[in-house]
Design a protein around this ligand. Structure first.
Ligand code: ADP
Ligand code: ADP
Length: 225
C-alpha cells in the first residue's frame, strides 16, 4: 500500500480545465471514493494517478515517488474498469495470469499468485472455465483477480460494478470491503452510486467542475434508501 498525494494539480485541455488546483492526500491503505456529476473530472483524476496522463501543473506522488517519473511497470498500480475485458479465448487461469506471463515471471510464482488471487475472489476450482461459461459477477471477480495478482500498492477502480444487476452490486460491495481488508491496499474508487460510496469508503471526495469540494468520512448512520 502507498500514500497517494496530489498537490496543486491542474489539468487543462485546449478549451477546458478538467481539474483545477486539486489537493488530495490519500492515506496509506485508505479506501476512498470519487463522486460528482459527469464531466467533473473523476476520470481525468484517475488517469493522472495512474500516470496515463500528466498534470499541466502540480505533482502526483505515489509513496515518495512522482508518478510521471516512473515507467508504467514500476508504478505499483492496478486498474479495474466498468467494461470488463476478459480474453474470450483464454480460460480463467490464463486470463488472471496474463500480466505476469507478459513479465516473464517463473511458473511456480505465477501459480502461487493465481491461486492466492482466485482464493481472494472465491473463484478457486474454476481456473479451467472459459469466460462465456460464467455469470457477470464471476467475470467481474476474474477481472479483479487479474488486477490483484500484480500485488499493486494502489488499486484504481472506475465504476467496477456498474454493469452488474442490483442484487449482485450489493453482494460485491461486501466482497470489495473484504478485499480491501485482506490486501491492505490503497483503493481509489469512482462511482455514481451513493450507497456504494457511503457503505464502502473511509472518505468520500466530492468533485464539481474540476474542483474538490469536500473530502470527508461518510455519515456512519447511513440507511439504504
Ligand atoms: P463518468 O461521468 O462516470 O466518468 P464518463 O466520463 O464516461 O462517465 O461520461 C459519461 C458519459 O458522458 C459518456 O457517454 C461520455 O462520452 C459523456 N461525456 C463526457 N464528457 C462529455 C462532454 N464534455 N460532452 C459530451 N459528453 C460527454
Ligand atoms: P468525469 O470522469 O467526472 O465524467 P472527465 O474527467 O472525463 O470527467 O472530464 C472532465 C472534463 O474534461 C470534461 O469537461 C471533459 O469533457 C473534459 N475532457 C476529458 N478528457 C478530455 C480530453 N481528452 N480532451 C478534451 N477534453 C477532455
Amino acid at each position: 500500500m502507498a500514500r497517494v498525494q496530489l498537490t496543486d494539480v491542474t489539468k487543462r485541455y485546449e478549451d477546458v480545465t478538467a481539474v483545477e488546483e486539486m489537493n488530495l492526500d490519500i492515506k496509506d491503505g485508505e479506501f476512498i471514493t470519487l463522486v460528482g456529476p459527469s464531466g467533473c473530472g473523476k476520470s481525468t483524476t484517475m488517469e493522472m494517478i495512474a500516470g496515463l496522463t500528466s498534470p499541466s501543473d502540480g505533482t502526483v506522488m505515489i509513496g515518495d515517488r512522482d508518478v510521471t517519473t516512473l515507467p508504467p511497470k514500476d508504478r505499483g498500480i492496478s486498474m479495474v474498469f466498468q467494461n470488463i475485458a476478459l480474453f474470450p479465448h483464454m480460460d480463467v487461469y490464463d486470463n488472471i495470469s496474463f500480466g505476469l506471463r507478459l513479465r516473464d515471471y517463473e511458473k511456480a510464482e505465477i501459480d502461487r499468485r493465481v491461486d492466492d488471487a482466485a482464493g481472494i475472489v472465491q473463484m478457486e476450482g474454476m481456473l479451467d472455465r472459459m469466460p462465456d461459461e460464467m455469470s457477470g459477477g464471476q467475470r467481474q471477480r476474474i477481472a479483479i483477480a487479474r488486477a490483484i495478482v500484480r500485488e499493486p500498492e494502489v488499486f484504481l477502480m472506475d465504476e467496477p460494478l456498474a454493469n452488474l444487476d442490483a442484487k449482485l452490486r450489493v453482494h460485491m460491495r461486501t466482497e470489495l470491503q473484504r478485499l480491501h481488508k485482506e490486501l491492505e491496499t490503497t483503493i481509489i474508487y469512482v462511482t455514481h452510486d451513493q450507497a456504494e460510496a457511503m457503505t464502502m469508503s473511509d472518505r468520500i471526495a466530492v468533485l464539481n467542475e474540476g474542483e474538490l469540494q469536500q473530502f470527508a468520512a461518510p455519515l456512519t448512520c447511513y440507511n439504504e434508501p
